[in-house]
Design a protein around this ligand. Structure first.
Ligand code: NAP
Ligand code: HSE
Length: 428
């Protein structure tokens, strides 16, 4: 008879308790699918007495996650504590050093230490799996690493942080300013303990770094991501973008270019007819493009106990079946160092500015754009009661450098009031 697969689970919060719950509820189904019984040997968390809504009485308890990872009756160490370093890293490294398979949902840790951990896993012939780390319940790691293995990936793109998408769509639907919706989301418990991880785009950028590595055969390079959060997205821009036929999303884009690896996580405009624009609330969407497959779109819950535990169980089943493929799609030693692209691919830009309402003001703005090499595609000026006129411009494709040149030059025209806004329009 095939031996049971014995798990040690460190972290019994939202995801950990979700995993225990599925393993208890679906024991027969998991055994039928993998040919092995999936068992939990031991668990760990900070508080032993906390009620987690699941029965833990039949599992051994360890206060120390490193001790849990080192137990003889643990075949697979399941890291669901979180944190870039600290106990998550220590216990994961301890498990890998002992040749134990590891499953983690911890994108922050992998974005920083993914390469060294993948090397350590391969040296010992064990697995490092992380389906739950990117886009919760969406099986995007499997899709990229396995389903699209025959493709040269041309672009990876997506909305990877549900909290930011919730905030942006709630601003849009309720017409509320960012600060009000941020406070509301925080009150509802939608944001990480450190909300900056969400609204600063860091959590989403961690995820993008992992997808880039898988897609382009490069070492994980979080530092190479051009990163901007949603804190400066105003309700005025959400309304104005809608008026021009766009939605604003915190969009992650990764693409290999002749100039190096372009990785961006920033608020962008997407056409309101695109699949990404249809995404409301806390849902995630990943768009994958390959030379053979064309474009595929994956959509689903990016967080929560059930969806995230579902992804962890996918990794558990892989290991139970004996599938331990390389963490980033090819042996870690063959992943190339990612050289960040020094400039972004050209794109159309959305510009919003307030112009002093006097003769020749618009002409001066048009001249600055022309002198900067930026061509206007569409323009709209709104009726107004005060002394400045709101103006929107959509440019033809141009470079960020040319846009920055124009933004700097606007300051010398004496007709542009305040700071103009410039947002990239991503073709989808
Ligand atoms: P959580 O609810 O805060 O739970 C964290 C768990 O880790 C808690 O049970 C905590 O113990 C335990 N823990 C923390 N420090 C520990 C230590 N030093 N020793 C032992 N246990 C420790 O977090 P979560 O939302 O489940 O997230 C877990 C991981 O999944 C993170 O990496 C997160 O980024 C990732 N993830 C989460 C989601 C989601 O929807 N929540 C989605 C995708 C990925 P106590 O309970 O005793 O405090
Ligand atoms: N804070 C994250 C989000 C949780 O909002 O998407 C899942 O990583």
């Amino acid at each position: 008879m095939t031996k049971p697969l014995r798990l040690g689970i460190a972290g019994l919060g939202t995801v950990g308790a979700g995993v225990v719950s599925i393993i208890r509820k679906q024991a027969a189904l998991l055994e039928a699918r993998t040919g092995r019984s999936i068992e939990i040997s031991a668990v760990s968390a900070r508080s032993r007495s906390k009620d987690r809504g699941v029965n833990l009485s039949s599992y051994a308890w360890e206060d120390d996650p490193v001790a849990l990872a080192s137990r003889d009756d643990v075949d697979v160490f399941v890291e669901l504590m979180g944190g870039e370093d600290g106990p998550a890293k220590a216990a994961t490294e301890a498990a890998l050093a002992l040749g134990k398979d590891v499953i983690t949902a911890n994108k922050a840790m992998l974005a920083m230490h993914g390469q060294s951990m993948a090397l350590a896993a391969e040296e010992k012939g064990c697995a490092l799996k992380y389906e739950a780390a990117v886009a919760g319940g969406i099986p995007v790691i499997k899709a990229l690493g396995e389903g699209l293995a025959g493709n040269e990936i041309t672009r990876v793109m997506g909305v990877m942080n549900g909290s930011c998408n919730y905030i942006l769509t709630r601003m849009e639907d309720a017409g509320l300013p960012y600060a009000d919706v941020f406070a509301e989301a925080d009150g509802l418990g939608y944001l990480e303990a450190d909300p900056q991880l969400d609204v600063g785009g860091i959590d989403a950028a961690h995820k993008l770094a992992l997808l880039s590595s898988l897609a382009f055969g490069t070492q994980v390079n979080f530092a190479g991501i051009e990163l901007e959060g949603i804190e400066r997205v105003s309700i005025e821009d959400i309304h104005a973008a809608a008026d021009m036929g766009y939605k604003i999303k915190l969009l992650g884009v990764a693409q290999m270019t002749g100039r190096g690896l372009e990785q961006r996580m920033q608020p962008c405009l997407v056409p309101d007819t695109s699949p990404l624009a249809q995404l409301t609330g806390g849902t995630n969407m990943i768009v994958l493009e390959g030379d053979a497959v064309g474009q595929i779109v994956l959509r689903g819950a990016g967080a929560g106990a059930g969806p995230t535990a579902s992804a962890v169980l996918s990794d558990v089943c892989d290991i139970a079946r004996g599938y331990r493929g390389p963490a980033f799609g090819q042996p870690a030693a063959t992943l190339t160092e990612a050289t960040p692209a020094l400039s972004q691919r050209p794109a159309a830009y959305y510009l919003r500015m307030a112009l002093t309402d006097k003769p020749g003001a618009l002409a001066k703005v048009a001249a600055v754009l022309g002198d900067s090499g930026v061509s206007i595609n569409r323009m709209r000026q709104y009726g107004h009661e005060d002394s400045t006129a709101p103006v929107l411009i959509v440019t033809h494709k141009t470079t960020r450098a040319d846009i920055d040149h124009a933004l700097a030059a606007f300051a010398n025209t004496a007709v542009v009031a305040g700071d103009p806004v410039a947002l990239r329009i991503e073709e989808v």
